[in-house]
Design a protein around this ligand. Structure first.
Ligand code: PXG
Length: 445
């Protein structure tokens, strides 16, 4: 099926939209415009088909154009387009929270709704601080993130994040009292590991060093992505997350897993916490929650956290936090329809079934010119290229462009090509992605 070609936009028509995380001038000189999507594919405005190897931006886990979601959203818009959730409620918000609690890691059965991953992160950080205060430990306000971490772009998420370009120009505006663990990427020890690397669990012990420096009594929470996405797919060494959990437990520090990209089936279980058998105290999600169809995020909390905050007079608001669009009815309808699809089609565990084929396919890139590492887990992979002298990121950007020209959409970050296809992917499409990538890398200087 071909999309109807649409007239191209003239250069001046591209001016007004200040594009996010984009080289605006470069893009506008040679725009890549998408017009339509279905299943595993996009079509460009000029009708060219592009295989989606990144689920949009790690969010369209059930593939594009899911009619059930469209219908649920349409029906909700026709019934009640908006309802407040401050001192009011609407039934499907409660239904969705219950459905999410049922697939969550053990004990995480309280759900706070947001509209994005960034809002989920800032919400979780605030809940962590409020929790300690409610228990009489109001001095626990320090937050610990990790180098190369990405937790969105709010002030809280930026501060605990560890990607230099996202931080350096806002340096003096960071949330105070934040420190960072070292990242766990080490090509010297772990290049071309299949699945989780076996070397590096000891990086978790750095948390003890930070505790010795700041004292546990000042630390509210540690936030990490179980698998980092934006920094170029960094996997936790075997035993690393368990060790973090132990140190947090010993010191009464909350552990927050940022599962914005790992949530909803990406790792082969509903959440990475379940794949790695480590449960956090708070868990941030977004993206796959609605299959990307409507913006929505959700923070999952252990019941003990919710209960600790349910104190004071009954008429008192317990947590002064929330968004006009928390549990927006249209987003709730999209999320419920999405969960129905995930469950009916077994998508929350399909990545585990496909993972061995995916792993073999992506590791076939080992030995290709420029390739210095391949990393994978579930339906995630990264191919790291050596950088051109003095031009970090340039080679991978060329690869990204050429893949797009040859009909495959990948993501580039630094000199890493990241892959995170919709969970409905078929084996022949895995082969197509890897063949295209191999050819393109071979053809790139
Ligand atoms: N936490 C994590 C772990 C994320 O990956 C966010 C928070 C922020 O979510 P919002 O919805 O506010 O953007 C993210 C977002 C990429 C890529 O290609 C990753 C994200 C966004 C855009 C691109 O790796 N992650």
């Amino acid at each position: 099926m071909n999309a109807q070609p649409k007239p191209a936009l003239s250069p001046t028509e591209l001016d007004a939209f200040w594009m996010p995380f984009t080289a605006n001038r470069q893009f506008k000189a040679n725009p890549r415009l998408l017009a339509r999507a279905d299943g595993m594919r996009y079509w460009t405005v000029d009708g060219r088909e592009v295989l989606d190897a990144v689920a949009g931006l790690w969010c369209v886990n059930a593939g594009h154009g899911r009619r059930e979601i469209t219908e649920a959203v349409t029906q909700q818009l026709n019934t009640m387009e908006f309802a407040p959730t401050f001192q009011m409620g609407h039934p499907i918000a409660f239904e969705l929270a219950n459905r999410l609690a049922a697939i969550a890691p053990p004990g995480m059965d309280r759900v706070f709704f947001t509209n994005s991953g960034s809002e989920s992160v800032d919400t979780a950080l605030k809940i962590a601080i409020a929790y300690h205060r409610a228990r009489g430990a109001g001095q626990r306000t320090r937050l610990i993130g990790r180098e190369k971490g990405y937790h969105g772009v709010g002030f809280g998420g930026m501060s605990v994040g560890g990607m230099v370009n996202n931080r350096k120009i806002f340096g003096s505006s960071m949330v105070p009292g934040v420190d960072h663990l070292p990242h766990t990427l080490d090509l010297g020890h772990n290049a071309f590991s299949r699945g989780l690397p076996h070397w590096g669990a000891h990086f978790a012990n750095e948390l003890e060093r930070l505790i010795a420096l700041h004292d546990a009594s000042t630390i509210a929470a540690v936030i990490v992505e179980p698998i980092s996405g934006s920094a170029g797919v960094i996997l936790p060494p075997v035993g690393y997350l368990k060790r973090l959990r132990e140190i947090c437990d010993k010191n009464d520090i909350l552990l927050i897993f940022d599962e914005v990209i790992t949530g909803f089936g990406r790792t082969g279980k509903p959440f990475a916490a379940q794949s790695f058998d480590v449960t956090a105290d708070l868990m941030t999600t977004a993206k796959g929650l609605t299959n990307g169809a409507v913006p929505m995020g959700a923070v999952f909390a252990q019941r003990k956290i919710y209960d600790a905050l349910m104190q004071g007079p009954e008429n008192a608001i317990e947590l002064f936090h929330g968004y006009t669009y928390s549990a927006h009815p249209v987003a709730c309808a999209a999320a419920l329809a999405t969960l129905d699809i995930y469950e009916r089609e077994g998508l929350l565990t399909r990545a585990a079934t496909l993972a061995p084929k995916w792993e073999d396919a992506v590791h076939s890139l080992r030995g290709t010119k420029h390739v210095i590492d391949v990393r994978n887990y579930g339906l995630i992979a990264a191919v790291e290229l050596d950088s051109r002298a003095g031009k970090p990121g340039a080679r991978a950007f060329d690869v990204f462009l050429k893949c797009f020209e040859r009909g495959v959409m990948v993501r580039q970050t630094g000199d890493v090509i990241a892959l995170s296809p919709p969970l409905i992917i078929e084996e022949k499409q895995i082969a197509r992605i890897v063949e295209t990538l191999t050819e393109v890398i071979r053809d790139t200087d």
